[in-house]
Each structure stands twice: as structure tokens, then as C-alpha cells.
Design a protein around this ligand. Structure first.
Ligand SMILES: [Zn+2]
Length: 164
């Protein structure tokens, strides 16, 4: 099975993210009993870091403020600081775990900008490899999406906050 085939359905799912009527998935995630089930790799006071279930690429993380705010301008300076620190820590862990060649870091504010969940702002950290053809060499035997996500989760979690 080619990796391209394996990835295609996830991309389609990303285009139609699950959204519940009255609840916000990003507000609910941190209250889940099992962080590994929630795919939360790091929990801070102002933000948390979670592995994206609908990744652009393997190891796609999101830094999410605990506050339910839609715009960057709604966030307090301390939360903005925590967002960037979260991105830095995420990139450090990804570098240790998977040695990417580069990163895309950014946010999509508003539906028009491509936000899947526009009501709750989140910062994307996406590791990139040259050509993105040889990602996850260590985990290439992984067969299903849940297995793949959990193996990726474990590798990132293990490498979080290792910076000397
Ligand atoms: Zn929310």
C-alpha cells in the first residue's frame, strides 16, 4: 500500500471536521480523563498542545488556548506568549522525535481563511520533510490511522520538554 493512498481519506476528513451543535471540541478535549486518548501531548496553564486527528502531515500539532476565543486580538498578551512558547516546545519535540527538514507554523482565523473550527482559535505546527515523501520512516509499518496517531503521539510525548 502506498503512503499516498493511506493519507488521502484523512485529507477528505479534514475538509469536513466534526462539529457538534452546542459544544466546542477544543474546549472539551482537556477535560477528557485520558490525555493519550485526547492526543494531548502537553497541558499548560494558558494553552495545551494536541496532535491533530486530521493532519496535513505526520506530527501535525495544534497549540490551543484554554479560552474559547475566535480572534488573535481577543487574547491576552500572556496567552499570546504561551502560544509561541507552545509552538517552540512543539517544534523542539518534533525535531527530536522525527528530524523534519522544516516547519509550517500558522493560524487560520475565520472560515474564509480555512479554519476548521473558527470559533476557537488555534495555532498549527506542521513538520515538513524535503519532498514530504519520506515522512515517518520509523513508523512506516503502522497500518491504521488510530495506531499511527498513537505511535506518533508516544514519540512526541517522549520528546517533550527535553530541551536542556
Ligand atoms: Zn472552545
Amino acid at each position: 500500500m502506498s503512503k499516498k493512498v493511506l493519507w488521502a481519506p484523512w485529507r477528505m476528513e479534514y475538509l469536513q471536521p466534526e462539529e457538534k451543535n452546542d459544544s466546542c471540541v477544543f474546549c472539551e478535549l482537556p477535560s477528557k480523563a485520558n490525555p493519550r486518548e485526547a492526543l494531548i501531548v502537553d497541558q499548560g496553564k494558558a494553552v495545551y498542545t494536541v496532535l491533530n486527528k486530521y493532519p496535513y502531515n505526520s506530527g501535525h500539532l495544534m497549540i490551543i488556548p484554554l479560552e474559547h476565543k475566535a480572534a488573535l486580538t481577543d487574547l491576552h498578551a500572556s496567552v499570546l506568549h504561551a502560544l509561541m512558547e507552545g509552538a517552540s516546545a512543539a517544534m523542539d519535540a518534533l525535531e527530536r522525535a522525527f528530524h523534519p527538514d522544516g516547519f509550517n507554523v500558522g493560524l487560520n482565523q475565520g472560515r474564509a481563511a480555512g479554519a476548521g473550527i473558527p470559533a476557537h482559535l488555534h495555532l498549527h505546527v506542521v513538520p515538513r520533510w524535503n519532498g514530504d515523501t519520506n515522512f515517518m520512516p520509523v513508523l512506516s509499518e503502522t497500518k491504521s490511522l488510530p495506531q499511527h496517531l498513537l505511535a506518533t503521539y508516544d514519540a512526541i510525548k517522549e520528546n517533550f520538554h527535553k530541551k536542556a
